[in-house]
Design a protein around this ligand. Structure first.
Ligand SMILES: CCc1cc(N2CCCCCC2)n2ncc(-c3ccc(F)cc3)c2n1
Length: 263
């Protein structure tokens, strides 16, 4: 029998008993090791808007607010790396007006959030090929990187125009070049070296990958890096994702970690 993948049940689900307060959840997760790196596939924005008879862009706008709040929650917890899958290479196929709206979000975020991120000592990095984004978007992305490059706090990654298979292929091509030009020997090519050729160079692999909206797929996201990650899927749509659900996801991760290695 194929066991259906256990879905994470969020705080919203009454079957999980009395809903705990944010404080109770915080107390619970602070009593065990936190994930060092959390990666989030922020799915469900269009569906959230459709359920309310709103344009899809309203879902992205609300989703942006949840990005802001989740950054604050992760920073307050002391999580070291937080990665958002913001725009995949597949997303270019969406309607032009939606893509244009999405491409303006980093520009908006720069105006509204850069100062706070600097105050929080957050280092913002991009994963993906910035060059395909519009010039104004590129300038915003580069500004985030430049103005936070010396910060030593939370490392905040936005995966934009990112596809994992493309990332892996580009790494393989660069490794082949470096073997052919004598920069490295073929015998040196191992998992550790491969990691150094990926866009996530220097970052720890994600301990916890969260995907919202009920889709149980990783969608070409961090395929190499998530080899040993805990994958957590919740039916909650990203715009409805709350701090409480974030804490419960971390608590679920901590429960699994305690079992890891147990027979
Ligand atoms: C480029 C498309 C896009 C979409 C998007 N969404 C749409 C996807 C899900 C919901 C959140 C809002 N966000 N959210 C933050 C950023 C962002 C990216 C880079 C940066 F430096 C600062 C902010 C973002 N970028």
């Amino acid at each position: 029998m194929i066991k259906s993948l256990k879905r994470f049940v969020s705080a919203e689900n009454p079957d999980k008993g009395a809903k705990r307060t944010k404080e109770e959840l915080l107390e619970s997760i602070k009593s065990a090791p936190l994930p060092e790196h959390v990666a989030i596939i922020t799915d469900g924005n269009g569906r959230w808007a459709k359920k309310r008879g709103l344009p899809r862009t309203a879902g992205h706008a609300q989703g942006m607010k949840r990005v802001r709040e989740t950054i604050r929650a992760a920073d307050a917890l002391g999580i070291k790396v937080l990665t958002f899958y913001s725009f995949s290479t597949e997303n270019w196929k969406r309607p032009q007006d939606e893509v244009e709206y999405l491409m303006k979000l980093p520009i908006e975020f720069l105006k509204t959030d850069l100062n706070e991120l600097i105050e929080r000592n957050v280092k913002v990095q991009m994963l993906g090929e910035k060059s395909k984004t519009p010039s104004a978007t590129q300038q915003a992305l580069l500004a985030f990187e430049e103005k936070t490059k010396d910060n030593t706090g939370l490392i905040l990654n936005f995966a934009i125009n990112y596809g994992s298979r493309d990332e892996i292929l580009q790494a393989v091509h660069r490794i082949i070049d470096d073997v052919q030009n004598g920069h490295i020997d073929k015998e040196q090519v191992n998992e550790q070296l491969m990691s150094q050729y990926l866009l996530t160079k220097g970052l720890p692999d994600p301990d916890l990958v969260i995907r919202t909206s009920g889709e149980i797929r990783v969608s070409n996201f961090l395929l190499w890096q998530l080899a040993y990650s805990e994958l957590l899927f919740t039916d909650v749509l990203w715009p409805d994702f709350t701090d409480e659900i974030f804490y419960e996801a971390i608590e679920d991760f901590q429960r699994r970690s305690r079992r890891f290695g147990a027979v």
